[in-house]
Design a protein around this ligand. Structure first.
Ligand SMILES: NC(=O)c1ccc[n+]([C@@H]2O[C@H](COP(=O)([O-])OP(=O)(O)OC[C@H]3O[C@@H](n4cnc5c(N)ncnc54)[C@H](O)[C@@H]3O)[C@@H](O)[C@H]2O)c1
Length: 253
């Protein structure tokens, strides 16, 4: 099984923390030249410098994924610096403010959809243009178990994640003949800021929620990074348009 990314360029959005940071580090450790993108530019700059000090190859880019012009500039910078783009993990995302639909605000809908759904669409748009020129590439989008079921109070988040899987399947069919594989991951409860936001920082509610996952705990960002690296690698060469659920058994009962 080949999961080395030697001589490959990997881009990760939302790389300042959580799954994005863990995945960027995993790509770098597997030999990739890694690009850490996030709207928190100072944080990704510090993380890229840390990787460089560890002898890895890394670059930071400031990018708000809800702004298409910043996405275009991000992909341009990757290609200017490293000459190509082999792998992209479109991971940046936010949780919705909890409210039932009738009490929800339109600007909150626009914020969540703009980052979680349009951000993935415009990310793929510019990544695919570059990969098409190369005739190769692999994209993984970060969806959620919220792409499988509904969840009261976070309709915009759930709609965005269902949409990410639809985009993934469509892009996969559009680009597989050009040598580009597109897939998604559906993480369950993973121990990051977003998961804590769902329970509004209530540690007891978070612990109870984690214990109710069949495996008995929340997942780690590194457990999602493993799935993303496999999906991005030649070891998954026949996996096309799938949303792979990594959730400790949360959705199987
Ligand atoms: N934690 C979970 O339980 C869980 C479960 C399923 C899916 N997810 C998804 O995983 C992804 C990563 O989230 P996480 O759990 O690692 O949380 P996180 O908050 O640690 O990471 C999200 C990252 O996205 C960045 N980001 C937010 N808005 C952005 C924007 N407009 N432009 C660029 N970057 C932006 C943040 O700065 C942060 O670095 C998200 O798409 C989230 O919806 C999380």
């Amino acid at each position: 099984m080949n999961i080395s990314f030697e001589n490959q360029v990997a881009l990760v959005t939302g790389a300042a923390s959580g799954m994005g940071l863990a995945t960027a580090r995993a790509f770098a450790e597997a030999g990739a030249k890694v690009v850490l993108a996030d709207y928190r530019e100072d944080v990704v700059q510090a993380e890229a410098e840390k990787l460089l000090r560890e002898g890895r190859q890394a670059m930071a880019v400031g990018c708000d994924v809800s702004d298409e012009s910043q996405i275009e500039a991000m992909v341009d910078r990757v290609v200017a610096q490293f000459g190509r783009l082999d792998v992209a993990f479109n991971n940046a995302g936010v949780m919705a403010k909890i409210a039932p639909i009738a009490e929800s605000q339109t600007d909150e809908w626009e914020r969540v959809i703009g980052i979680n759904l349009r951000g993935v669409w415009s990310g793929m748009k510019y990544e695919l243009r570059q990969m098409e020129k190369q005739g190769s590439g692999a994209i993984v989008n970060n969806a959620s178990v919220g792409a499988i079921t509904g969840n009261p109070g976070i309709a915009s988040y759930i709609a965005s994640k269902h949409g990410v899987v639809g985009l993934t399947r469509t892009a996969a069919l559009e680009y597989i003949s050009k040598g580009i594989r597109v897939n998604a991951v559906n993480p369950g409860l993973i121990d990051t800021q977003i998961a804590r936001d769902v329970v509004s920082g209530d540690e007891k509610a978070y612990d109870d929620f984690a214990k109710r996952v069949p495996i008995g705990r929340a997942g780690t960002p590194e457990e999602i990074a493993s799935a993303v690296l496999w999906l991005s690698s030649s070891a998954a060469s026949y996996v096309v348009g799938q949303a792979i659920t990594v959730d400790g058994g949360m959705t199987v009962g």
